[in-house]
Design a protein around this ligand. Structure first.
Ligand code: 4AD
Ligand code: MG
Length: 436
């Protein structure tokens, strides 16, 4: 076969641009059917998959023989003619003329049968090749892109906080300790404190990156390593913060709907649920939420934090995410601004996703007063020397400011309709899983 006949190497996603032309694709065998004289090879290349038809009478004997023995996940380069075919799901297929067997994949562990979750997680490096996992990873990438698009387009500057930190942002119980030469350090739980510094420098900023929590939680919502996107805005009130969050999240969901419909459909996602995600989002005070839950028979008392069943039931009343506002100061982080009219509650909100996904965003107005922040340091026994820089922000040109953190994997799990947050990360770190 003359390679000059194949000037075009393309991806499967682009094949529709080459109707009735000879092309070459480079991928892997996903599945195969045979009828003696014809082999139907489903080839995937990461951009999509396409049926490639090998007809005995139309190819050299060695090409037919190779396609006969190809096993699942063998690497192949396929050359052929793009032909319309109304019977195929794409409306076209590749009529194979040549096939180059790049490498074999003997006894590929992930077959087209059902596998248990532990087996799949042990083989996560291979599991991500399947269409469903590919769709989730595509959507995750689109969620990140949509988040940057929205924030970059609305006057925010991306700033990257450090991963190695000397302090805890969200309490000391869930820290990963590491040795930083002769000093103790931690993996970051949240970039928030650094973003507060950056907001005083740049006005509106955001970070996106990995955060770590040594949480001994084995639930469908918890990862040990997860990505957080943390916008922080100078001169933003609590109210401004909520308005931004609903506009931001709605824009993200609508962009994913616009760009990832095939992936969402492959996952079987009910798109009407996502189309409903438009501002304004409903709001409920923590006080009302507690009373409502008590009326539903929940054990919760004022002053306690919500559990997962509480959050699910609260959120299931609504068709879009709901803000629960003004939690008791005692159950929330030290930096939250107390409500001036009722200092026992904070100017904060958690955003709960519908359909049982629970909290996807936590945010608040931050304490900007030097004296009050100093009092909180004493109450929370935060060592002055480690947090001196954070206190400086209240000393030099302090202004009211607000921000929030949105968990990427929980957001992706909700948008995709996943049962567990673990499928929203390429290589999830779970309580009992560090491999692969
Ligand atoms: O509510 P959290 O702990 O808030 C903060 O860390 C703030 N400093 C953020 C800020 O205001 N800049 O975490 C924020 C979000 C949660 O709503 C959740 O979506 C996600 O991070 N999250 C987790 N996701 C997966 N696994 C875990 N263990 C998570 N912990 C928090
Ligand atoms: Mg929270």
């Amino acid at each position: 076969m003359n390679p000059a006949e194949y000037p075009i190497t393309t991806t499967i996603a682009q094949v529709h641009n080459y109707m009735d032309q000879n092309i070459r694709i480079q991928g892997w065998l996903y599945s195969k059917r045979s009828s003696g004289k014809i082999h139907f090879l489903q080839i995937r290349d990461g951009s999509g998959s396409i049926q490639c038809v090998v007809v005995r009478s139309e190819v050299p004997p060695e090409v037919f023989a190779v396609s006969e023995v190809l096993s699942q996940e063998s690497a192949v380069i396929v050359e052929g003619l793009v032909r319309r075919d109304t019977r195929s799901s794409l409306g076209y297929e590749l009529s194979v003329q040549n096939l180059i067997h790049v490498s074999t994949a003997p006894d590929y562990p992930i077959t087209h049968k059902e596998h248990g979750i532990d087996f799949l997680l042990d083989h996560r490096h291979l599991w991500i090749r399947t269409p469903r996992q590919r769709a989730i990873l595509k959507i995750r990438a689109e969620v990140l892109r949509a988040m940057s698009d929205y924030l970059d387009g609305n006057g925010f500057t991306r700033v990257d906080p450090p991963i190695l930190t000397p302090t805890a942002a969200e309490g000391t119980t869930e820290l990963f300790h590491i040795q930083y030469f002769d000093q103790e350090a931690y993996l970051t739980q949240s970039g928030q404190m650094y973003m507060e510094a950056a907001a005083m420098a740049m006005g509106k900023v955001y970070s996106m990156g990995p955060t770590f929590r040594a949480e001994r939680s084995k639930t469908r919502r918890h990862l040990i390593e997860f990505w957080m996107i943390e916008p922080e805005m100078a001169y933003f009130t609590h109210e401004d913060n909520l308005k931004l969050q609903e506009s931001f999240l709605s824009a993200v969901v609508q962009q994913v709907l616009n760009h990832c419909q095939p992936e969402l459909e492959l996952l079987g996602r009910d798109l009407t649920r996502l189309r409903a995600v438009q501002p304004p989002f409903p709001r409920m005070s923590y006080d009302d939420a507690v009373v409502w839950l008590q009326n539903q028979g929940h054990e919760i008392q004022w002053g306690e934090d919500f559990g997962a069943p509480d959050e699910s039931e609260l959120a299931n009343q609504f068709d879009r995410p709901v803000f629960i506002e003004r939690y008791p100061t005692k159950v929330k982080a030290f930096y939250m601004q107390p409500d001036p009219k009722r200092p026992e509650v904070a100017l904060c909100a958690d955003l709960l996703a519908p359909e049982g996904y629970g909290e996807i965003v936590g945010g608040s107005e931050r304490i900007h007063d030097y004296t009050l922040m100093k009092e909180r340091f004493i109450e929370h026994k935060l060592p002055n020397e480690d947090y001196a820089w954070y206190l400086d922000l209240r000393k030099y040109g302090s202004v009211p400011h607000s921000g929030f953190g949105i968990g990427l994997e929980r957001t992706v799990a909700w948008i995709c309709g996943l049962e567990h947050v673990r499928e929203a990360a390429a290589f999830p770190r779970l309580l009992y899983r560090l491999y692969p």
